[in-house]
Design a protein around this ligand. Structure first.
Ligand code: TXA
Ligand code: MG
Length: 536
């Protein structure tokens, strides 16, 4: 079939031509503010069948009927409930589709054999003009080949529909970029079947009641369960590229990508990420601007395919507001493949501040603790390379007859001079750091949250692998009293030990979170509040 491509911006007759073809029972690609649509006269069953054929769409997946003014709804439905009037008043014309009991005027092929019909009044002036020029409501699904990403740019529809339709009306990029929100008003309670540009919060504000969210919005449809919206059961929005969504922190995402580079491997990320990633990137808008994400998402999918990407690791968008529509499309495109990584927390603080107590509160709540002091012990086990390095530096007198470390002897020698202390640290610190890193990264990858308990978290550079750093702080007087009691030492010894510590300001400048362990604060509340904030 010959396909004509016309733009109403340059070709005055474009809209008339489209109307004429549609009236004659033909199919035409039309622009809308959400995505491009593949339109046919909604009341002409033969014309509607052509849509299914051109898209390769299963015939039980109903279509949306587009109108150009509110009054046109009345002949298409059995009743217009109060809720529909309110929503139309607030959001039409715009990216909202309402499902209502259909009238006998709607052919079965249009409604996929259902007793309800989906109606939308699009905001795009060209879409409205074409409906008016046709003089009929237009059934129009997204103008992609079934199962592929919806088209949001002229190039997309030209790629997908050339040769399948007589006419494509192109009119620039779609401003919303994801399909309309679908809400059913045919059930007792209103329910969102597909999230889109009109958010749950916006709907609830107008209806002044709770709007439910279909469970298929963010999770795969359970086997054997009927879909509230037939479209949900089909593989959707899927590019050829295999997408996996990284569910973890921003830092974790970058870490993960570094380890997973390869031929044909791309990052599907936000504009802000690009400079921090060495993999080739395809962007899906800006992290801080969800509207830019809806606009970019489908184009990004197509771009990945054009680049011949084999695998793309996507950073997870926020699901708030319109972000829910982005997550819904992205999760489906990824066939719900996720890679989950738990956050790595770094915990530090001055002596006596209560670091260990904070660590045990994390442990009680399921975090594993990676204790650097304990690792320091373990790496000097009998026969270890670190122990033999220490023996060649400080002499075999630091070894017991069974080959184990005589810690007291080592302390005596190592702390006898600054130089010796330095030598001790030069041998042990790299090994402690290496082992801590290994354990922490392993824990994160296994999706098990962990806390690195490290007095020298920042000094050692271990903070670099932490998703979040936390410092426990307390006033000096209180800390001195605590260590005197804990270690059974006098005030002077306590003060001496404290003088080797960094100032509180050191921690305040560096840590992502502070835990205040002094009245009137409760350590437990402080820990719980941090846990809440580091949740992914
Ligand atoms: O933004 C949009 O809505 C675009 C533009 C072209 O207007 N159209 C669009 O249509 O996305 P389509 O066919 O790709 O998606 C319609 C969705 C499908 O998931 C379908 O199953 C659902 O709406 N739907 C249609 N009628 C329904 C009904 N009576 N009950 C439940 N779901 C219905
Ligand atoms: Mg579609």
């Amino acid at each position: 079939m010959q396909t004509e491509i016309l733009s109403p911006q340059t070709e005055k007759s474009a809209i008339e031509k489209a109307g004429k073809l549609l009236r004659a029972g033909e199919i035409v690609v039309i622009p809308t503010e959400t995505v491009y649509g593949l339109a046919a006269d909604a009341l002409n069953a033969q014309a509607v069948k052509k849509i299914y054929r051109a898209k390769g769409r299963p015939s039980d997946n109903p279509l949306i009927v587009h109108i150009s003014s509110f009054e046109e709804i009345f002949p298409l439905v059995r009743e217009v409930p109060e809720r529909a009037k309110k929503l139309a008043e607030a959001f039409w014309p715009g990216p909202l589709t309402m499902i209502l009991p259909k009238s006998e005027k709607i052919p079965d092929v249009t409604s996929g054999g259902l007793d309800t019909v989906a109606i939308r009044l699009p905001a795009h002036p060209t879409a409205q003009a074409i409906i008016r020029a046709t003089g009929r409501p237009l059934a129009a699904p997204s103008a992609n080949i079934s199962g592929f990403p919806s088209p949001t740019r002229p190039g997309h529809v030209i790629d997908d529909m050339t040769g399948r339709v007589p006419l494509i009306i192109e009119d620039g990029d779609c401003t919303v970029g994801v399909e309309s929100t679908v809400i059913t008003l045919a059930t007792e309670k209103p329910k969102i079947l597909r999230p889109g540009g009109i958010t749950k919060e916006m709907l609830e504000a107008v209806l002044k009641e709770e709007v439910a969210l279909d469970e298929a919005v963010l999770s795969p449809l359970k086997q054997g369960k009927a879909a509230a919206s037939p479209g949900m059961k089909y593989k959707h929005y899927a590019p050829k590229t295999n997408i996996t969504i990284y569910r973890g922190t921003e830092k974790g995402y970058y870490r993960f990508l570094k380890k997973n580079q390869g031929n044909g491997v791309y990052a599907l990320c936000f504009e802000e990420d690009v400079e921090k990633i060495s993999l080739p990137c395809v962007t899906m808008g800006s992290f801080s601007d969800p509207l830019s994400q809806t606009r970019r998402l489908f184009d990004a999918f197509r771009e990945l395919d054009e680049l011949g990407a084999h695998t793309a690791y996507a950073r997870i968008p926020s699901a708030d507001g319109i972000g829910l529509a982005v997550c819904n499309r992205l999760f489906r495109a990824a066939a719900f493949r996720f890679h989950d990584e738990a956050p790595i927390l770094g915990l530090t603080g001055q002596t006596g501040a209560g670091k260990s107590m904070a660590a045990s509160l994390f442990q009680e709540r399921g975090y594993s603790i990676i204790d650097c002091d304990q690792i320091a012990h373990e790496i000097t086990a009998a026969g270890s390379p670190v122990l033999s390095a220490l023996a060649s530096k400080f002499g075999n007198e630091i070894l017991r007859s069974d080959g184990s470390l005589n810690r007291q002897k080592l302390a005596e020698l190592a702390f006898s001079s600054k130089e010796n202390t330095k030598a001790l640290n030069a041998i042990t610190h790299p090994a402690i750091i290496q082992e801590t890193k290994r354990l922490a990264l392993l824990s994160g990858e296994k999706n098990h949250p962990c806390v690195i308990d490290a007095p020298l978290l920042f000094q050692s550079g271990l903070d670099a692998i932490c998703d979040f750093t936390i410092a426990v702080i307390a006033p000096t007087e209180l800390r001195l009293a605590r260590i005197e009691k804990r270690d059974q030492i006098d005030e002077n010894t306590a003060k001496k030990r404290n003088s080797a510590q960094e100032e509180e300001s050191y921690y305040k400048e560096r840590a992502d979170f502070l835990i205040r362990n002094y009245p009137p604060y409760e350590l437990k509340d402080e820990v719980l509040s941090v846990m809440e904030r580091v949740r992914i």
